[in-house]
Design a protein around this ligand. Structure first.
Ligand code: UDP
Ligand code: LCN
Length: 808
């Protein structure tokens, strides 16, 4: 990369570089992030009257494209360059003679501290965290485009081991097969088969035996024959299925390849009891969405739990076992329940046989705090004891250990780590959204922000969980490694400083095969195309039409539409700053042409600032009123402050689609965005932010549209262009609508998700056993961080809670 800088210096753009540097030094900030850099460069291009092509086509433009950060020192400026996805370089350019020299990671981190006024070498070095040595001996993905395809990589790796070193690896596979038991009974292989060569010989015999039977003959008919040959239940439910599974194993032992390996391991019945951990927030099935901290994660976990049960029942049935899986969602019990069921210990999940929400109370360190909902930023001191108490409850509820523990969000992932460590169970983590990437300078200014956000605890917890996890599930690729010009959420944990606390030299190895992109789906019973009239209830439809467009009830809706027949522009989200519903209102307000043709319909939790205790929510409510006032939007906007029942939240998209409406998701950043899947499957043309997950969900112009939430005029133009096209040719709306539905059904279903998730649980289970890779040293390091760093800080926060007595 320093070559590119040198090329700029040696070219006729040298003067541009100097002048651009000059402009950088006129800025107030000494630490410039990507958005600042692009702004200053664009300013430079217009000041210097450059042609449009200079911005990205010039050498300097290319250099800027690869630059993530600038740190301005008196004599020189430091650049953080990201020449390719997931790789970073650091260098320094001398201001006077433009000499370029590389910087080490340590120098870069010191420099960051210096900028924050926190560099005190006389006090000695700061703690350095470096996880890389623990990954040095693991297999590693080479090409960044394969990041997130961990299991495919691992399958190839494992099958090549079986091929190259059959003596050792076949033996491990054999031992692994002997391990499996369920409810006290042996599965797969019994003590009649003692060696690998016996297994090989018996395989052929049993294949011949089942081949001679009717393919559909039930397993129960010949169970005892198989038992006498050394084979227990788990191979299949019919003669054909047993034969197929045995043949796959035979092929795997004979000529292993990655497909055969995955096909075989995916059939091993080894997951019966699953725990999904989601401690913070109001976790329930009704009346919880739209509260602070309670959004898509609840929807995701509930749907995932339902789908997991369904998939496990299917898998167990096919394997010839009695299907009785159990899935437990572990959350906290909130005694002051505010009308929700969050004070109930156990709640069955609707539409399931054996899926439960298990609520465990936080220990009563301070009832004024622990009796109430606690923000996700404050929950840290209660998690260790929560994990200890939950272990007992889970063991009682499941009558044994779970086979898989899945954590959700930073707090759930920490609890999952503690539980998995205590119980010796495979641990999966799902971030949903990593807070570090959401707040600019969140690490550099952690001390200033700690009073409110406690990032020192959260980022430490994240490092612990992501390193300890056996595997990581993400909804998108960019959650891990970003895009060509933006850093991924996990990637942002690779190298950073928390001044005076620690330097992270290598926080996570993105090339480790633990990362897997497995996007979620939507609940297809609730969200389905508006055209499926037979599944819709006319009464609900009329009631919601009224609510959306005309009901005169100041407790539920603000605004009276002058012309309710105009095409509805619809959005639904919590009133968080980042969701940017106010940005959409502003975009609408600034475009009289859009107001001419559309109404704006917003479903956002609340209407009155006095009903909220959440700072961000209050600010957004006030801002929305101010925008309505400023642009005179009365008569053109409806704002519903309701918490919709789940079925209503499905019908509402369809009611908008009945009127050939449009869904807009204007978030400043959206990690994934379940509402986008919901609107698309309902058949609504969807315009969504291009910052975050939607970039991977929507193929711009094909099955939806991507917008830049910071460019309001451009967004209004894009919406208008679509509306005009639909007016000229109504089939256009139809076409995009159909493609949106197709996109979700083909790529984002819970069936695809859970089939994959269970395959991962099995393959990583085998890998963990088979590799006999010594993870213990990594886990000890992680534990040290927990006990020596996290716990004392959490204790301090607990003391603060005592002093404050309540933490609204
Ligand atoms: N939701 C809802 N009522 C609301 C706002 C949101 O039911 O007033 C639901 C919405 O249908 C979606 C989820 O909450 O299922 C929001 O998930 P998303 O991933 O879009 O965003 P998050 O809130 O998790 O950031
Ligand atoms: C959290 C978010 O911010 C959303 O983008 C996701 O869709 C949701 O969690 C579910 O993963």
């Amino acid at each position: 990369m320093s070559d590119l800088i040198q090329t700029v210096i040696d070219s006729e753009e040298k003067a541009d570089l100097r002048q651009f540097i000059g402009l950088l030094y006129q800025q107030e900030k000494r630490y410039l992030l990507r958005s600042d850099i692009l702004r200053v460069f664009s300013e430079y291009c217009s000041q210097a009257q450059k042609e449009d092509s200079f911005f990205s086509g010039s050498l300097l433009g290319q250099l800027i494209y690869f630059t993530q950060e600038f740190i301005l020192e008196n004599e020189s400026l430091c650049l953080v360059l990201r020449p390719v996805i997931a790789r970073q370089e650091y260098c320094r350019i001398n201001r006077e003679d433009l000499r370029v020299e590389p910087l080490s990671i340590q120098e870069y981190l010191d420099l960051c501290d210096q900028t924050a006024g926190r560099f005190r070498p006389q006090d000695g070095d700061v703690l350095e965290l470096d996880f890389q040595p623990f990954y040095d001996f693991s297999p590693s993905i080479r090409d960044s485009k394969n990041i997130g395809k961990g299991v495919q990589f691992l399958n190839r790796f494992l099958s090549s081991k079986l091929f190259q070193d059959p003596g050792r690896w076949q033996q491990r596979l054999f031992q692994f097969l002997r391990l499996h038991r369920h409810n006290g009974s042996q599965l797969l292989i019994n003590e009649r088969i003692q060696t690998l060569s016996q297994l090989s010989a018996q395989l052929k015999r049993v294949i011949a035996f089942v081949s001679a039977r009717r393919p559909e003959e039930p397993y129960a008919n010949f169970r005892f024959d198989l038992q006498s040959l050394g084979f227990e239940p788990g191979w299949g439910n019919t003669a054909a299925r047993v034969r197929e599974t045995l043949e796959i194993l035979d092929a795997l032992l004979d000529s292993p390849d990655h497909e055969t390996l995955e096909a075989f391991i995916s059939r091993i019945p080894m997951v019966f009891r699953v725990v999904l951990v989601s401690p913070h927030g109001w976790f329930g099935q009704e009346g919880v969405l739209g509260r602070p901290d309670t959004g898509g994660q609840v929807v995701y976990v509930l749907d995932q739990a339902r789908s997991l049960e369904k998939q496990l029942i299917e898998d167990h049935t096919l394997a010839g076992l009695e299907p009785n899986p159990k899935v437990v969602i572990l959350t906290r019990l909130i005694p002051n329940n505010d009308g929700t069921r969050s004070n109930q210990r156990l709640e069955k999940v609707y539409g399931t046989d054996n899926v439960w929400i298990l609520r465990v109370p936080l220990r009563e360190f301070n009832p004024a705090v622990t009796q109430n909902w606690i923000s996700r930023f404050e929950i840290w001191p209660y998690l260790e004891s929560f994990a200890i108490d939950s272990e007992k409850e889970l063991m009682a509820e499941l009558r044994g250990r779970p086979d898989l523990i899945v954590g959700n969000y930073s707090d759930g992932n920490l609890v999952a780590f503690l539980l998995a460590r205590r119980l010796g169970v495979t641990q999966c983590i799902i971030a949903h959204a990593l807070e570090k990437a959401k707040y600019a300078y969140s690490n550099l200014q952690w001390e200033e922000l700690d009073e409110q956000y406690h990032f020192s605890l959260q980022f430490t917890a994240d490092l612990i969980a992501m390193n300890a996890a056996n595997f990581v599930v993400t909804s998108t690729y960019q959650e891990i490694a970003g895009t060509a010009d933006s850093v991924g959420q996990y990637e942002s944990h690779r190298t950073f400083t928390m001044p005076d606390l620690y330097h992270v030299v290598s926080g996570i190895d993105l090339f480790n095969p633990k990362f897997n992109v497995v996007p979620p789906g939507v609940n297809e019973n609730i969200y389905f195309p508006y055209t499926r009239a037979e599944d819709r209830t006319p009464g609900d439809r009329e009631r919601l039409e009224q609510l959306l467009f005309s009901l005169d009830d100041p407790d539920q809706a603000y605004g009276h539409l002058v012309d309710p027949g105009k095409r509805p522009l619809f959005s639904m989200a919590r009133l968080d700053r980042i969701k940017n519903l106010t940005g959409l209102a502003e975009c609408f307000g600034r475009s009289p042409a859009l107001q001419e043709r559309c109404n704006l319909i917003l479903v956002a939790g609340k209407l009155r600032a006095e009903d909220s205790t959440d700072r961000e929510e209050i600010a957004e409510i006030n801002r929305l009123y101010e925008i309505i006032d400023r642009y005179g939007l009365d008569g053109k906007i409806r704002w519903l402050g309701v918490r919709l029942a789940k079925v209503d939240s499905g019908e509402i998209y369809r009611v908008i689609a009945d009127r050939q409406g449009i869904f807009v998701q204007p978030a400043l950043f959206e990690a994934f965005g379940l509402t986008i899947l919901e609107s698309m499957i309902s058949g609504l043309p969807t315009f969504a932010t291009r910052f975050g997950g939607p970039l991977e969900i929507i193929q711009d112009g094909v099955n939806g549209f991507l917008i830049n939430p910071n460019a309001l005029e451009e967004t209004a133009e894009k919406l208008l262009e679509f509306v005009s096209k639909c007016e000229a040719n109504p089939a256009y709306w139809q076409q995009i609508s159909e493609r949106a539905v197709q996109r979700v059904y083909s790529t984002y279903t819970w069936k695809i998700h859970t089939t994959r998730l269970l395959t991962l649980a099995r393959i990583y289970g085998f890998w963990n056993y088979g590799s006999q890779e010594n993870r213990e040293d990594l886990l000890r390091y992680v534990e040290m961080l927990f006990y020596l760093l996290f716990r004392p800080r959490a204790q301090k926060l607990l003391e603060r809670h005592f002093q404050r007595d309540s933490i609204e």
